[in-house]
Ligand binder design. Structure first.
Ligand code: 2M8
Length: 450
């Protein structure tokens, strides 16, 4: 379905209003009530949105996030900001002061990280920078670039001591919280009841069944207690901690992000060493993902390091080769076929042919529950970008117009959407949904930054 110019304009206005409404000056709340702080990958998407309104503001978003970077190079999953709505778990629960690598007060962060979308954002900002602003933005990119390389170095080393090309994640909060990908690994964990604690999230969404369960939260919080016990030290975590997953989605984003930093190398005046490192991480990442490709299923498979087990589930993450823009034409063809099969976008009950977070054919699928089924605009944005870059422009255009139609039908810039009805779920006024809406609605017009 085509989206009219009027609808695009209406969506652009609404999306801009959401970003302005959530703007705290130099950083943006992920959403006004449910997520009142600065989240890492949200910020990267948000910077892409800002780039359509003001490229300087877009740079500030990333700079503020990287100001909280750890001495290890890790960019924390959440930077706690003063004021605003209460959020649980707050900085006391994380107590990152136990780690010598955490940033000095008054900065407060969590001790884990999220997928490295930041380089994709930096690349998009540069693409949208009008000529008159290029000297200033180039200088700011040059200042930020080494920090991004350090972030990538952290992922390539501390999070991949095996040099496998696959990033190890430590916690469901490192991206896709209650995805069924983590069910078995969480089931294996015996938790002493953490706490006492009181959740705030379930009273902040209209229907708590759209959120993770208390069983999930007991485990999420207990895992944080363990990380804190290990003082967030990667080497000790690797030796003793019970939840280590080679995450193919995270790894695919890392591949795309390394390619983006290489693409910006001339703009940033990158050193030969940095270029070599980035090329090495890129090649290693591609090889790592190739080693996790299951030819029969047509999907990439996560790996539970502790259990020594493959995680075989049909979820969006299995499309890692597409997210990583694989050069392997066989894998691409297999993935494109699967993408439009009844297991995913071709499922007869789907309202739009958009990638659901979990396949409706998967027993764990729940259409209204967070990462267990709903459609997430940011994930479809990543897919759209990859397909565009791989040259599948017709399919990419459909994802763009279906995504805009989905958002326009409900009218709200929701966090995620029920795949069969298109109903908006989770938090309203979600910044990253607004951000990708701005990017999509401008995609035919080349952007309107200033
Ligand atoms: C969700 O996660 C947070 C914890 O980080 C939560 O549920 O409280 C996830 O969707 C995560 O990927 C996202 O970055 C965050 C903010 O939008 O919300």
């Amino acid at each position: 379905m085509n989206v009219t110019a009027d609808t695009r304009a209406m969506l652009r206005d609404r999306a801009a209003a959401v970003l302005h409404g959530n703007d705290a000056g130099s950083w943006t709340k992920a959403s006004p009530v449910l997520y009142p702080h600065q989240w890492s990958w949200d910020s990267a998407f948000i910077a892409i949105g800002w780039a359509h309104l003001d490229v300087r503001r877009a740079m500030t978003e990333l700079e503020q996030l990287f100001a909280a970077q750890w001495a290890t190079g890790m960019v924390p999953h959440l930077v706690f900001r003063a004021g605003g709505h209460p959020y649980f778990p707050g900085p006391e629960w994380w107590d990152t002061s136990v780690s010598p690598a955490a940033p000095a007060p008054p900065l407060k962060t969590t001790g884990i990280c999220q997928p490295p979308v930041h380089a994709l954002a930096l690349q998009r900002i540069w693409q949208l920078t009008p000529q008159a602003r290029q000297p200033e933005i180039r200088a700011r990119i040059q200042a930020l670039y080494p920090r991004m390389v350090n972030w990538h170095r952290y992922l390539a080393t501390h999070r991949d001591p095996e040099a496998s090309g696959l990033v190890t994640t430590y916690h469901p909060w490192e991206g896709t919280d209650n995805s069924p990908r983590w069910d078995r690994a969480l089931e294996r964990i015996t938790v002493a009841k953490p706490g006492p604690y009181t959740r705030l999230d379930t009273s902040e969404v209209s229907d708590p069944s759209q959120r993770p369960t208390n069983w999930d939260y007991d485990r999420f919080l207990w895992l944080v207690e363990q990380l804190r016990k290990y003082r967030y030290d990667d080497a000790q975590i690797y030796r003793e901690y019970p939840f280590l997953i080679k995450d193919v989605f995270f790894s695919a984003i890392f591949v795309a992000a390394n390619a983006a930093l290489l693409d910006l190398a001339d703009v940033a005046g990158a050193s030969d060493d940095d270029r070599e490192q980035l090329t090495c991480w890129l090649d290693r990442g591609r090889a790592g993902l190739a080693s996790r490709f299951d030819t029969q299923a047509g999907l990439c498979v996560d790996y539970d390091v502790r259990a020594g087990e493959d995680i075989r589930l049909r979820t969006f993450a299995g499309f890692a080769p597409l997210f990583a823009r694989t050069a392997d034409t066989g894998q691409r063809a297999a993935q494109l076929r699967l993408l439009d099969s009844e297991d995913f976008c071709g499922h007869p009950r789907l309202r739009w042919r958009l990638l659901p977070s979990t396949s409706p054919a998967e027993p764990a699928f729940e259409p209204s529950n967070y990462w267990r089924g709903p459609v997430w605009p940011v994930i479809n944005w990543l897919l759209w970008q990859s397909l565009s870059l791989l040259g599948y422009s017709a399919r990419a255009d459909e994802i763009c117009s279906d995504s805009l139609s989905q958002i326009a039908a409900d009218g709200e810039l929701g966090e995620y959407f029920e795949p069969f009805t298109g109903k908006q779920l989770g938090s309203p006024q979600q910044s990253w949904t607004a951000a990708v809406t701005l990017d999509w609605s401008a995609s035919d017009h080349g952007g309107e930054a200033n």
